[in-house]
Design a binder for this molecule. Structure first.
Ligand SMILES: Cc1cc2nc3c(=O)[nH]c(=O)nc-3n(C[C@H](O)[C@H](O)[C@H](O)COP(=O)(O)O)c2cc1C
Length: 351
């Protein structure tokens, strides 16, 4: 009789062999340098967390228009690729695995945070309600986005494929497409933000097309065994609304099942949709996230709901979370005032 796996057991997701099922969830920490490239400090931060079975990095923009947040990194220029190479090397030297989360913010951003000459783009020219932090002007309203032309869409899809290639060239084990939290793929998926009438909007199938095309571009660039997708059906973050998120995401899962992705990463947030039940409709490895601990994570594995669990906030102040769990130690609490501040404090000074 085979025993059900625990968080301490290994797992292989597509082409990525992970030593445990304790994964680090993606977390923006706003500490890239002035060229939006990772530094030696970022390499140290990720290396400190290399005991994770898999690290999923903070969101990284695939082109300049895709930047939304202050001091957030890209994977576009040679400087940025070289910076990420330092990160991948440092994690691999400690026996870890690392995938890069590719995040295009679409309409969620401020020109104060973006390079001169870049644009705020979205499926439709609908401004999100809300504000975003900028170093230049404090809290600022989100930009009013331009509706993307078909040429903009084709270029963006191609940029996602190139970003995946750049991540592999920097030594990464794979990429995760950020498909939740109100950013560009979620803006295409959702009825409230996608009012297009061309082949990228209107019917469910057309709303799905952008995300499916981006995944196809990434797969063409680096192979399906190194590409994952993160979703959170029903997540209203960043002023996102959808008439029927359950139908949207069921359709998306059906559309991506034949693509044989390395994993589907699902935030279980209760937002009107049973995301755990929906995740079970995916034909591959499922990573679940959101407010898990050792016990609830092991229960999710034992019940077959998840193949691995990702932990976000616990990794901020407990870099060696595997050891913390193994020895049943109490979790240290993060300094929440320093989540997004520049510099090493509250970033690489936990042990
Ligand atoms: C500081 C911080 C930054 C985050 N940045 C990202 C991000 O860049 N991409 C993303 O998909 N989720 C991001 N998240 C969400 C986390 O990945 C995760 O879903 C959330 O923290 C819930 O998991 P937890 O209960 O284990 O912390 C962030 C969360 C925090 C706390």
């Amino acid at each position: 009789m085979s025993q059900s796996p625990t968080l301490f057991d290994p797992i292989t997701l597509g082409d990525i062999a992970c030593k445990t099922r304790i994964f680090m969830a993606p977390m923006t920490r706003s500490r890239a340098n002035e060229a939006d490239a990772p530094t030696q400090m970022n390499a140290l931060y990720y290396a400190q967390r290399a005991s994770a079975g898999l690290i999923i990095t903070e969101g990284v923009y695939p082109n300049f228009d895709g930047k939304g947040y202050v001091r957030s990194p890209g994977i576009v220029t040679n400087d940025q690729i070289a910076g990420w190479q330092k990160v991948a090397d440092a994690v691999h030297a400690k026996g870890g695995k690392i995938v890069m989360q590719i995040m295009h913010c679409g309409r969620i951003g401020s020109y104060h945070n973006k390079a001169d000459g870049t644009r705020s783009l979205a499926p439709s020219a609908i401004k999100a309600k809300g504000e975003i932090y900028t170093d230049a002007a404090g809290m600022a309203e989100f930009d009013r986005p331009e509706e993307m032309s078909l040429a903009d869409i084709e270029q963006t899809i191609s940029d996602y494929g190139q970003a995946a290639k750049n991540a592999i060239n920097a030594g990464f084990d794979g990429v995760e497409l950020h498909g939740t939290s109100g950013y560009l793929p979620a803006q295409f998926l959702s009825t409230g933000t996608n009012k297009r009438t061309d082949k990228y909007g209107g019917t469910l199938e057309k709303r799905l097309r952008f995300t499916v095309d981006v995944l196809a571009a990434m797969i063409a660039a680096i192979g399906a065994g190194r590409v994952g997708l993160r979703i959170c059906p029903g997540n209203p973050f960043n002023d996102l609304t959808d008439d029927n998120p359950e139908e949207t995401f069921r359709g998306l899962i059906q559309a991506i099942n034949p693509m044989k992705l390395a994993f589907l990463h699902v935030i279980r947030m209760k937002a009107g949709v049973d995301n755990i039940a929906l995740a079970s409709e995916f034909d591959g490895a499922v990573i679940l996230n959101d407010s898990y601990d050792l016990q609830s994570g092991n229960r999710a594995l034992a019940s077959g709901q998840a193949d691995a669990i990702s932990f976000g906030r616990p990794y901020i102040a407990n870099p060696n979370l595997t050891e913390t769990f193994k020895h049943g130690l109490a979790l240290s609490q993060p300094d929440y005032k320093r989540l997004y501040t520049a510099g090493p404090e509250g970033y690489v000074d936990y042990d």
